[in-house]
Design a protein around this ligand. Structure first.
Ligand code: DON
Length: 592
């Protein structure tokens, strides 16, 4: 897709009166603060929720405080697995790997060993790292493999054995542990093995996900385990996964080789052969997790450590924040002017994301330019107070929350942000016989047909076209904010396709700009703008009627949805850490 040029109204100021609280024209980039309250841990300000916002009720009660360490994920048992490893002397990376493997057991709708993810690490000694364990297209993949002879996009990129990229999760977690962990794989995998072998009570999230995915999963091998008697496992039912336990034991004993060249690889390739899939032994043997140079940005004096391509998350988050930083101060949270500024920053960053980014092994990503302050300054001049910009429109697809993010900090101040996914809930639906895990449907994150939206409504360009051995562009945005005192301040990220980027950014804004408590920063209503489709998406009830009216007058087409994104975060506070599970979802913040 070629770059989109702005179609801005000639009058820049005519509608400014509607942008209540809008900025003075010509405001310059805010200088980075050089002083301030301890320059890191901040006092909280009340969050200006719109009237009747349900998540405002008891927001503070969702905050879990701990003085040493904290793990926050979408499953309490998986968070507890991380804390178990921390208590056994492990560091945040050991704990993150323990949580990651446990999520593959207790949160199989998104936690996985058959998918991939991204991990951002910031060690207390200042070392920063970004690990890319995104899936890769099989070597036999072709650019138009999901387009039929009549030129139509088929569902083969979303469902069934052709939808999967080569899984990266096991390689990634083992590599993170090798480089930054302190305990052996066999130790950090113990909680996951125990949960798989002995079983655990199914929670409402897994039960609900199974109910929603029944049509997808019934044709595949996992049906008998997850739908005994043809019905989804109910909350409280005990789920024992002996095949998965065996697979995890093999990985614990033999390392990632068990998965990529050993017995698990054999099962996976046999599953592919049985059903017409295309992942081969060579694909698995070739897979490698890649260390990347993290994107390091700044925002109002704090440092952002974020994920570079093959995820677009860090680039798009930092680009959006750089644009917003051009204003010395943002308008009040939730005001029409604030929504406008934030939406227009997102719109510009997403246009760049959708057209310019892809796997760095295949395309040259202009990350330095896109994340530079001077580029943000130039984009800022195209934002008109009180007037929505335009990008070409088409219909959106539904949005959901099928990835999973977890945030970990330890007593030394090491921090890990990890996001991992099968893409859709339970991925492609294919369950590897005898090995006990689902395979991703990550191939749909490629541009399967330029100009045609994927399942998240994203229209993407050639940079993200399918090619053998290529990683599909992601929106996953594991991010660590380091305070001005040089210590990890906020660990955050989310699930939700492209809404990952916008939710993560808004939580950062809520903490840094609006000084909200983490509980409020997470509960505060979210908006989403991804350039195409040209709609301002917002959480129903999240904007006051007056703000909705102002935004319509500015020219926004408003699209209310139920919920946007699923984030899990940790914030440093006086005396320790506070962890908050996504209030729109379920999970556990466990600390000590
Ligand atoms: O990598 C990505 O951007 C997507 N595969 C993430 C998918 C996701 O978050 C699913 N939940 N909506």
């Amino acid at each position: 897709m070629s770059r989109i040029s702005w179609r801005l109204a000639p009058s820049l100021i005519a509608l400014a009166a509607f942008a209540v609280g809008c900025h003075a024209p010509g405001a310059a980039r805010a200088p980075a603060p050089t002083n301030g309250p301890a320059a890191a841990v901040r006092a909280n300000a009340p969050a200006p929720y719109p009237p009747g916002w349900p998540l405002a009720t008891n927001a503070a009660s969702r905050a879990v405080h701990a003085s040493h360490a904290m793990v926050v994920s979408n499953n309490e048992l998986a968070s507890a697995a991380g804390v178990e490893i921390l208590r056994r002397g492990g560091n945040a990376v050991d704990a993150a790997v323990a949580t990651g493997f446990a999520l593959a057991v207790t949160f199989p709708q998104a936690g996985n060993i058959g998918g991939g993810g991204f991990m951002v690490i910031r060690m207390a000694d200042g070392r920063m790292a970004a690990l890319d364990y995104r899936e890769m297209a099989p070597l036999s993949a072709t650019r138009d493999m999901y387009v039929d002879s009549t030129g139509h996009l088929t569902m083969k990129g979303r469902v069934g054995p052709l939808a999967s990229g080569v899984p990266g999760a096991v390689a990634g977690m083992a590599e993170a542990l090798r480089k930054y962990g302190t305990l052996p794989l066999s130790t950090v995998m113990q909680p996951a093995i125990r949960l798989a072998a002995e079983g655990f009570p199914v929670d409402s999230a897994l039960s609900g996900a199974l109910m929603g995915a029944q049509k997808l999963l019934m044709p595949f091998e996992g049906a008998s385990l997850f739908y005994p008697g043809g019905r989804a496992l109910a909350p409280g039912a005990r789920l024992v996964q002996p095949d998965l336990a065996r697979t995890l034991r093999l990985i614990a004993e033999q390392g990632p080789a068990a998965f990529y060249t050993g017995a698990v690889a054999d099962s996976l390739v046999a599953e592919m052969k049985r059903d017409g899939g295309n992942i081969t032994a060579a694909d698995l043997a070739n897979y490698k997790a890649e260390w990347r140079t993290p994107i390091v940005g700044t925002y109002r004096g704090d440092t952002l450590v974020a994920m570079p391509p093959s995820s677009s998350g860090g680039t798009t988050t930092v680009e959006s924040l750089n644009i917003l930083e051009t204003w010395p101060e943002l308008p009040p949270a939730g005001s029409a002017a604030a929504v406008h500024d934030v939406a227009e920053a997102f719109r510009r960053a997403f246009i760049d994301r959708n057209s310019e980014l892809g796997d760095p092994a295949f395309v040259k990503n202009p990350v330095a330019r896109l994340t530079s302050k001077t580029y943000a300054d130039s984009l800022r001049t195209t934002i008109v107070a009180g007037k929505a910009s335009r990008t070409p429109a088409f219909d959106a697809h539904g949005e959901s929350m099928q990835t999973t993010h977890y945030s970990v900090v330890d007593a030394q101040g090491n921090a890990v942000a990890t996001t991992t996914t099968l893409n859709g809930y339970f991925g492609s639906g294919v369950y590897v016989r005898g090995a006990g895990f689902f395979l991703n449907n990550e191939m749909d994150d490629f541009t399967s047909q330029p100009g045609t939206p994927n399942q998240f409504g994203l229209v993407q360009g050639e940079a993200n076209a399918i090619a053998p051995g290529k990683r599909m562009l992601s929106a996953m945005s594991p991010t660590i904010v380091v305070g001005r005192d040089g210590k990890a301040l906020l660990v955050v990220g989310a699930a939700g396709g492209p809404t990952i980027i916008t939710a993560t950014t808004q939580i950062i804004l809520n903490v840094v700009d609006y000084h909200m408590s983490l509980a409020d920063a997470m509960a505060f209503p979210r908006i989403h703008e991804q350039a195409l489709p040209d709609k301002l998406v917002y959480e129903r009830g999240g904007l006051s009627a007056a703000v909705e009216d102002s935004l319509k007058v500015m020219g926004y087409e408003l699209a209310p949805v139920g919920h946007l994104a699923n984030a899990n975060a940790v914030l440093r506070v006086p005396g320790g850490w506070v962890g908050v599970v996504e209030p729109r979802s379920t999970g556990g913040a466990v600390g000590y």
